[in-house]
Write a protein that binds this ligand. Structure first.
Ligand SMILES: Cc1cc2nc3c(=O)[nH]c(=O)nc-3n(C[C@H](O)[C@H](O)[C@H](O)COP(=O)(O)OP(=O)(O)OC[C@H]3O[C@@H](n4cnc5c(N)ncnc54)[C@H](O)[C@@H]3O)c2cc1C
Ligand code: FES
Length: 275
């Protein structure tokens, strides 16, 4: 059993929880994730390890309430327990040790996944620019946390209600056109956002790392659910990723595969609201 020791609601649909998981906290690195099951009837759901405290033996998860399991998880409170938390899973993010300046881009709840990457790079002395994008000011998360782990923080909202008006891709292009030299860009968010960031960086030949979120089931490379095509080769995001070279990812295939169960997920939500 894994105890929830802290819960904070970040906005109307995003929740942060610290969970007691000493063995995972001891080994976790930026870019890795867990798979949890709330109870024995629960489905297995992957979430990124947004932070960890090795001394307290806790990990942080930040999740968006999108369906059955995340809705259920959000009803739990401090002191409640989760049946299984498996991890750390996946390969930690790798940025060349010679990198001097890196741009970390987060879109929406993707910021929860981008945060540990910015923190890790900043901690090792890399100059970090963070570009965080949200639809509007009401759903901005982790602003103070990002400011604490970056040299330059650019906040964008689609409607201009906070920070710069426009998409993260426009802010990135402005930085590059202004002469900022990035050794790498890390982009994490909705699949179309990652695809368009890669389209911006490709002509400049800037190494671009993306974190992929295909449907995952076992998280051990056995079921094939998280299959993605990278550089024409089949990869399994749970064991070969979730980070990949964005310039090689087949994003269109990923979008198609991610929508495979949309109908069933929709039915599921209807069933829940009827109960
Ligand atoms: C490696 C990885 C890390 C992730 N990290 C985070 C995170 O830090 N914060 C966060 O909010 N979300 C994260 N996600 C997405 C998260 O797993 C889904 O939002 C969650 O599974 C939704 O489950 P549900 O039952 O609430 O919703 P459902 O109604 O079942 O599904 C809603 C949507 O979630 C996605 N999804 C559903 N089941 C899975 C599954 N087993 N694996 C992957 N995606 C699924 C699908 O796109 C689906 O359309 C991550 C996904 C992956 C693969
Ligand atoms: S989740 Fe089953 S192979 Fe990756």
């Amino acid at each position: 059993m894994f105890k929830i020791v802290h819960k904070r609601v970040l906005n109307t649909s995003v929740v942060l929880m610290n969970i007691e998981a000493p063995f995972i906290a001891k080994k976790a690195q930026a870019g890795q994730f867990i798979i949890f099951r709330i109870d024995e009837m629960g489905e297995r759901v992957p979430l990124t390890i947004a932070d960890y405290d090795r001394e307290k033996g806790t990990i942080t998860i930040i999740f968006q309430i999108v369906g059955k399991t995340t809705e259920h998880l959000a009803t739990l409170n401090e002191g409640d327990t989760i049946l299984d938390v498996a991890g750390p899973l996946g390969i930690p993010t790798h940025v060349d040790s010679n990198a001097k300046r890196v741009c970390v881009i987060g879109g929406g709840v993707g910021c929860a996944i981008a945060y540990p990457q910015a923190k890790e790079l900043f901690g090792r002395g890399v100059e970090v620019d963070v570009i965080a994008g949200f639809r509007n000011k009401d759903i901005v998360i982790l602003e103070d946390e990002f400011k604490a782990v970056s040299n330059n923080f650019i906040l964008c909202t689609d409607d201009g209600s906070k920070g710069k008006k426009g998409f993260v891709t426009e802010a990135l292009k402005e930085q590059i056109d202004a002469g900022v030299k990035y050794d790498a860009v890390i982009a994490i968010g909705p699949v179309p956002m990652m695809k368009f960031v890669c389209a911006v960086t490709k002509p400049y030949d800037i190494k671009t790392i993306v974190s992929l979120n295909p449907i995952m089931i076992d998280g051990t490379g056995m079921c094939g659910g998280c299959r993605v095509t990278v550089g024409g080769e089949i990869k399994y995001a749970c064991v070969d990723g979730p980070d990949f070279d964005g310039h090689l990812v087949d994003f269109d295939e990923l979008m198609k595969r991610n929508s495979t169960y949309r109908e069933q997920e929709h039915n599921c939500r209807m069933m829940n609201s009827i109960k």
